[in-house]
Design a protein around this ligand. Structure first.
Ligand code: FAD
Ligand code: SF4
Length: 469
């Protein structure tokens, strides 16, 4: 039996053809059908000590849910997933499984490809969405306690979902006119359809979570007011890390140079890509340069292609092995024709007579000793300067803590980089009745870590509301 399992190859997910998909914003991978999902699930060895679970930041019972798929009990599989992840349809699509559960799968040691845990998670959660009636959560009696959640990203949505299911009243305050945080205004439609996130928000609304949009906490309302006149018993802060970083080189304020944050928010929320002409809220580029090599950079580059760019380049100071983006995004970007200028350092942007960017001076680099991040430091090679032309540049070199809320909340303790100091096990901050989690505590991280932090904070808030500690 074990021999048969080992011989079944990892199942591939059908994908849109690269030539077709660069002309649309539809999702690239198309999902498994049930027969393929069961075949893939049948590859799992059902290990007694499953190393995949230790690789998962929220310790999903992976053999448990995969085993249910193999049996054809999809509702059972969905229930197991929901025990540990509030947004499995999102995690199945955007988690870096190749560094987490799949990296630890025992099949790797047997020189086979790991079980497609992410593909199966996506399959089960898509099935559950289509059969919502089969997996309805039960609501307990109301406790009369009120919790405010600031920010509707994955950490905030997790807190809201967990606490409404424990009988507390939950109100989410969101600065934007739409919920979902980076899942909606950052990650593009071709990687994570907006309808999936909206479905989760609709489910939370149906359970009784109230969403108040266009409320910038720290400006239109303060945390003290939420805990005082607004009458909430506890507050969770999950405002993310949305303050863009820049390169800090000459010419960076020329027209046509965007932070990735602004570029992606415009294309995601203003639906700029729906307008075929040039006069959209977003200036489209024909010749685009994107700086950085993480998920944000790959999303920007692939968005630029879909917005009609003829040439898109990733410019990165280190080499391919240091690129932080998910392996799948790099692979998809390559298939779509994105050029990679690795070991390349931008020195200065060049403008035309109208103040628009027309190119940049770059230098070639070689890698030196590791820096404080543990990665090899890029060092400029003297005399290697050259000019790259571009008419649109997107800076995707990281983001930091936005001070709008924290400045207006003096009771919070911040670290030297402006992130909120919170107990890693509970999310408790130094301010009574205030918890925090996600990117505003850890700095830019991942969806699953933000959700894990939200779950820990929800448990701690529930303990406080129930027992007073
Ligand atoms: P966020 O998702 O940032 O949500 C914070 C919310 O708070 C936002 O809705 C914001 O509008 C709101 N807010 C902010 N300030 C206020 C205020 N003062 N008042 C009220 N509301 C406020 N991770 C992965 O695991 N895989 C990926 O493939 C991946 N790709 C990414 C691609 C992009 C383009 C980006 C930007 C990030 C990506 N990440 C990815 C990282 C991941 O999305 C984040 O780590 C995660 O979203 C953090 O969740 P969060 O809940 O802390 O905050
Ligand atoms: Fe299945 Fe791999 Fe986990 Fe073993 S390590 S239980 S084979 S997914």
């Amino acid at each position: 039996m074990a021999e048969t399992k080992e011989k079944t190859p990892r199942q591939r997910m059908p994908e849109q053809d690269p030539k077709v998909r660069i002309k649309n914003f539809n999702e690239v991978p198309q999902g498994f059908d049930e027969a393929t999902a069961r075949l893939e699930a049948g590859r799992c060895l059902q290990c007694k000590k499953p190393s995949c679970v230790t690789g998962c930041p929220v310790e999903i019972d992976i053999p448990g849910f995969v085993g249910k798929v193999a049996e054809g009990d999809l509702a059972g599989a969905a229930r197991i997933l929901k025990q540990k992840t509030a947004l499995p349809a999102v995690c199945g699509r955007v988690c870096p499984q190749e560094l987490q559960c799949e990296a630890q799968c025992l099949l790797n040691k047997k020189k086979e490809e790991p079980v497609g845990v992410g593909y199966l998670e996506r399959f089960v959660s898509d099935w559950a969405r289509a059969h919502a009636g089969d997996v309805v959560p039960e609501l307990p009696a109301k406790t009369g306690k009120r919790v405010a959640v600031v920010g509707s990203g994955p950490s905030g949505l997790t807190v809201a979902g967990d606490l409404i299911l424990k009988g507390h009243d939950v109100t989410v305050f969101e600065a934007f006119h739409k919920g979902g945080g980076v899942l909606v205004y950052g990650i593009p439609e071709f990687r994570l359809p907006k309808a999936i996130v909206q479905n989760e928000i609709d489910n939370l609304s149906a359970l009784g979570v109230e969403f108040r949009y266009n409320v910038v906490v720290g400006k239109t309302l303060t945390v003290d007011e939420i805990l005082g006149p607004e009458g909430f018993d506890a507050v969770f802060i999950g405002v993310g890390a949305g303050l863009p970083s820049f390169l800090g080189i000459p010419g960076e304020n020329l027209i046509g140079i965007y932070s990735a944050n602004e570029y992606l928010t415009r294309s995601n929320l203003m639906k700029a890509y729906r307008f075929p002409e040039y006069d959209t809220p977003l200036v489209r580029g024909r010749n685009v340069a994107v700086f950085g090599a993480g998920n944000v950079a790959m999303d920007s580059a692939r968005t630029a292609l879909r917005m009609g760019a003829e040439k898109v380049r990733i410019v990165y100071r280190r080499s391919r092995v240091e690129m932080p983006a998910r392996a799948e995004e790099i692979h998809h970007g390559e298939e779509e024709g994105i050029e990679f200028h690795l070991l390349t350092m931008p020195l200065e942007f060049l403008g035309d007579e109208n103040g628009r960017v027309r190119g940049m001076v770059c230098a070639k680099c070689e890698l030196g000793e590791p820096d404080e991040s543990g990665r090899c430091r890029p060092e400029q090679i003297g005399g290697s300067d050259f000019t790259l032309e571009c008419d649109l540049a997107v800076i995707a070199v990281g983001a930091g803590a936005n001070p709008v809320l924290t400045k207006a909340t003096p009771g919070l303790k911040l670290n030297r980089r402006g992130y909120i100091v919170a107990d890693p096990a509970t999310g408790k901050t130094m301010m009574p009745r205030v918890w925090a989690g996600g990117d505003i505590v850890t700095g830019s991280a991942t969806v699953i870590l933000a959700m894990g932090a939200g779950r820990q904070a929800a448990n701690s808030i529930h303990d406080y509301l129930t027992w007073g500690w």
